[in-house]
Design a protein around this ligand. Structure first.
Ligand code: TPP
Ligand code: MG
Length: 672
C-alpha cells in the first residue's frame, strides 16, 4: 500500500462513504470492463460529487430539461464515468445499468467523453479541457439574464462545474475566470479537483501557479477544502452559494482514491486499474459487492437524492402556470422565433434591392441586425473588442454588466475563445440566440469552441468580418486565406459568404432559423456593389448557390464565386460575352446548403459540360469538387500583403481580366 493510499481515511459518515464508494467502484469496474477509460478522477472526486448531488443540486430526473434546474458541467470530461454513475443512481431512466456496462461501446449512451444529446442530464459535450468551465460561464450568464427578464423566480439556479488541473492549465480558463469575475456571476461555483496530478505525472512538472491567488485576483470568492471530508465540502458549497461573486472551491483530493497501490499517482488517470488492484480496492474501501451490484440501502440513498428537488419542482410548475409571461418564457426557452421578424427583415431586403447601395457586407449586416434585434428579443450580441468594426451592436443591444443583466450586448473583451464558448453556454442553457463578432482570421482563436458548437448542434452565430485581402492595409496577419476552407471542412457548420446587402439579409435569415446548426457569416470590410436589384420574396440564398446572371446565348462558361468576388465574376462575364462567349455567373453564398440540394438543381446551376472557373480571394482547397476536371481557379496561393485593397487584387491577379483569361485558356485547352 502506498503512503498516499495509507492516509486515505473515510471521513463524513458511513452513508456518505457508501454512496461515494458506489461511484468509485462503478467507475473502476466499467473502465475495467471496457478495458479503456479514466477511473482516477471519478474515484478521487466521488466525495465531492456525492455531496453536491445529494445535498445541493436542484434537478429532477423525471424532467431533465426543467428550465430552472441547476446546471452541472463535468469540465474534466475524461472522468465521464462519474456523471454516468450519478445519472444512473439518481434515477435518470435512460441511463440504465446496461448502459454503464456498455461504457465506451458503439451505440451506448456512455461514450468515452460525455456527449451532449446522447443522454438526458448531460448538459454539454466535454473532453477538450477548458471548454466546460468556459461554457459554464455562458450558462451562468444566461441564468442571470433570464432571471432579470422574467419575474416569479422562473429562473434562479446555480451552475456547478467540476474542473481538473488540466482545465485550469488551458489558456481559455483565464478568459473564463476573468469574464466571470468581471460580470460577478455569483451563481457560478467551480469545484476544482486539486489532486496535483495530470497525465505526465505530478503537476509540478509543468506548473507552479497559485491557482487560489489567481482566482482571487480575478474577483472570485475562493475556499480550500479536504476533498474527502464531506461535511467540509458541504460547508464550502453552502458558503459559495451565499457569495456575491463566482466561487472556486479547491478540493484537495487523491486521484484514484481507494486503490491501494495506485492512488495518488498518474497511473490511475487513464487506464484500467487491473483485476488485482480492483479487488484490493474493494477490500480497502470495505465494498464487498460484485461489479455493478449496488446494495439496496445505497440504491435507496441515491434514489432519495434524485427526488430531493421534487417539492421545488412542483412549486416552480405552479409559479409557471400562474406567470403572466408564461407564453413568452416557454417560447424563448424552447427556441421558437417570435412572429413578425420575417416581415420586418423582408422590408429591409426590399429596401436594399430598390436603393442598391454600395455597401460593405459588414455594414449591411449591421443594418440587418438592427432589424433582427428589434424583432427577436432573445438575440444577445457581442464582440471580442471589435464592436465598431464588426457592427454587431445595435440600438437594442445595450451593454450587459455586473450591475445590468437587462442588457443584451456582451463586451467580451479581447477573448475570442471565451466568446465562442460562452455563446455555446448561452445557447445550451436555452432562452437566447447568441451572436458574436470578430475578424474572420481570428476564427483560429475560437476554433475549439466552434467545433463544439457544431458537434453539439447549437444555434450560435459567428459574425466574421474582414474576410480576405480585401481588408487591405492591415496585411497578411489579418488577411484570411485558408480560413474559409477550414471552416467549410467543419461538419454541421454553415459558412455564409454573402455578395451584397440583399444576400446578407438572406443569409442572416437562414442562420437565425437554423436551430441545430451554428453559422459563420463571413463579411467584407470593403464596400461591395449591389448585385441583387430585383426584390424577391423568397430567400434565394436558401439553396446555397444560384445562377445570378445566365449566359447570353449558349452557356459555355460557368463562373463560380462567393462574396466580394461575385462582382469580379460579373465583370468577367461582360468581357467574355463581348467576345461572344456565353458565360453565366453563379453566386455560392453557402456551399453546405448547396450540397443538400437535389441533383437536378445542382446540375442546372453548375452547367454540365460548361467550363467552370471559380474565383475567390482565398486558397483553392475545396473548390475542385465544383470546378471539375479541366476547370480553373483564380484566387490566392499564399499569404497576402499590406497595401490598399485595390492594389492587392491587382497584385494577386484576382481581377475580371484574369478570370476572363482563365476561361479563355480553359476553352482553348478543351478545343485542342
Ligand atoms: C485540450 C485538451 N488537451 C489535452 C487533452 C488530453 N488530456 C485528457 S485528461 C488530461 C490531463 C488532465 O489532467 P487533470 O485535469 O489534472 O485530470 P486528472 O488526471 O487529475 O484526472 C489530458 C492532457 C484533452 N482532453 N484536452
Ligand atoms: Mg489533476
Amino acid at each position: 500500500m502506498n503512503a498516499i493510499a495509507e492516509q486515505q481515511k473515510p471521513v463524513g459518515g458511513a452513508a456518505g462513504n457508501d454512496m461515494a464508494n458506489a461511484l468509485r467502484m462503478l467507475a473502476a469496474d466499467a473502465v475495467q470492463r471496457a478495458n479503456s477509460g479514466h477511473p482516477g478522477m471519478p474515484m478521487g472526486m466521488a466525495d465531492v460529487a456525492t455531496v453536491l448531488f445529494s445535498r445541493f443540486l436542484k434537478f429532477n430526473p423525471q424532467d431533465p430539461d426543467w428550465q430552472d434546474r441547476d446546471r452541472f458541467v463535468l469540465s474534466a470530461g475524461h472522468g465521464s464515468m462519474l456523471i454516468y454513475s450519478l445519472l444512473h443512481l439518481t434515477g435518470y431512466e435512460a441511463m440504465s445499468l446496461d448502459e454503464l456496462k456498455n461504457f465506451r461501446q458503439l451505440g451506448s449512451k456512455t461514450a468515452g467523453h460525455p456527449e451532449y444529446g446522447h443522454a438526458p442530464g448531460i448538459e454539454m459535450t466535454t473532453g477538450p479541457l477548458g471548454q466546460g468551465i468556459t461554457t459554464a460561464v455562458g450558462m451562468a450568464l444566461a441564468e442571470r439574464l433570464l432571471h432579470a427578464r422574467f419575474d416569479d423566480d422562473l429562473v434562479d439556479h446555480y451552475t456547478y462545474v467540476l474542473a481538473g488541473d488540466g482545465c485550469l492549465m488551458e489558456g481559455i480558463s483565464q478568459e473564463a475566470i476573468s469574464m466571470a469575475g468581471h460580470l460577478r456571476l455569483s451563481k457560478l461555483i467551480v469545484l476544482w479537483d486539486d489532486n496535483l496530478i495530470s497525465i505526465d505525472g505530478p503537476t509540478d512538472l509543468s506548473t507552479s501557479d497559485d491557482q487560489v491567488a489567481r482566482f482571487k485576483a480575478s474577483n472570485w470568492d475562493v475556499q480550500s477544502v479536504d476533498g474527502h471530508d464531506q461535511d467540509a465540502i458541504a460547508e464550502a458549497i453552502e458558503n459559495a452559494r451565499q457569495s456575491d461573486r463566482p466561487s472556486l472551491i479547491a478540493c484537495r483530493s487523491v486521484i484514484g482514491f481507494g486503490a491501494p497501490t495506485k492512488a495518488g499517482t498518474a497511473d490511475t488517470h487513464g487506464a484500467p486499474l487491473g483485476d488485482d488492484e480492483i479487488a484490493a480496492s474493494r477490500e480497502h474501501l470495505g465494498w464487498p459487492h460484485a461489479p455493478f451490484e449496488i446494495p439496496d440501502p445505497v440504491r435507496e440513498q441515491w434514489a432519495a437524492a434524485g427526488q430531493r428537488s421534487l417539492a421545488d419542482y412542483a412549486a416552480w410548475r405552479e409559479r409557471l402556470s400562474q406567470a403572466d409571461d408564461r407564453e413568452e418564457f416557454l417560447r424563448v426557452t424552447l427556441g421558437a422565433l417570435p412572429d413578425g421578424w420575417q416581415d420586418k427583415l423582408a422590408s429591409l431586403k426590399q429596401k436594399f434591392a430598390e436603393e442598391a447601395p454600395t455597401l460593405a457586407t459588414r455594414k449591411a449586416s449591421g443594418q440587418v441586425l438592427s432589424v433582427l434585434t428589434a424583432a427577436v428579443p432573445e438575440m444577445i450580441g457581442g464582440s471580442a473588442d471589435l464592436t465598431g468594426s464588426v457592427n454587431t451592436r445595435t440600438e437594442q443591444t445595450t451593454p450587459i454588466s455586473a450591475d445590468n443583466f437587462n442588457g443584451r450586448y456582451v463586451h467580451y473583451g479581447v477573448r475570442e475563445h471565451a466568446m465562442a464558448a460562452v455563446m455555446n453556454g448561452m445557447a445550451l442553457h436555452g432562452g437566447f440566440i447568441p451572436y458574436g463578432g470578430t475578424f474572420l482570421v481570428f476564427a483560429d482563436y475560437m476554433r475549439a469552441a466552434m467545433r463544439l458548437s457544431s458537434l453539439m448542434g447549437q444555434r450560435v452565430i459567428y459574425v466574421l468580418t474582414h474576410d480576405s485581402i480585401g481588408l487591405g492595409e492591415d496585411g497578411p496577419t489579418h488577411q484570411p486565406v485558408e480560413t474559409l476552407a477550414t471552416l467549410r471542412a467543419l461538419p454541421n457548420f454553415n459558412v455564409y459568404r454573402p455578395a451584397d446587402a440583399v444576400e446578407t439579409a438572406e443569409c442572416w435569415a437562414l442562420a437565425i432559423q437554423d436551430e441545430t446548426r451554428p453559422s459563420g457569416i463571413v463579411l467584407s470590410r470593403q464596400g461591395l456593389p449591389a448585385l441583387r436589384r430585383e426584390h424577391t420574396t423568397d430567400n434565394v440564398c436558401a439553396r446555397g448557390a444560384y445562377v445570378l446572371a445566365e449566359a447570353n446565348g449558349d452557356r459555355q462558361v460557368t463562373l463560380l464565386a462567393t462574396g466580394s468576388e461575385v462582382a469580379v465574376a460579373l465583370a468577367a462575364r461582360e468581357l467574355l460575352q463581348n467576345d461572344g462567349i456565353g458565360a453565366a455567373v453563379v453566386s455560392m453564398p453557402c456551399w453546405e446548403l448547396f450540397d443538400e440540394q437535389d441533383e437536378d438543381y445542382r446540375k442546372q446551376v453548375l452547367g454540365p459540360g460548361t467550363l467552370r472557373v471559380a474565383v475567390e480571394a482565398a486558397v483553392r482547397l475545396g473548390w475542385d469538387r465544383y470546378i471539375g476536371d479541366g476547370g480553373r481557379f483564380v484566387g490566392m496561393t499564399g499569404f497576402g500583403a499590406s497595401a490598399p485593397a485595390e492594389h492587392l487584387y491587382e497584385h494577386f491577379g484576382i481581377t475580371a481580366a484574369a478570370v476572363a483569361e482563365a476561361a479563355r485558356a480553359g476553352l482553348r485547352e478543351r478545343n485542342t
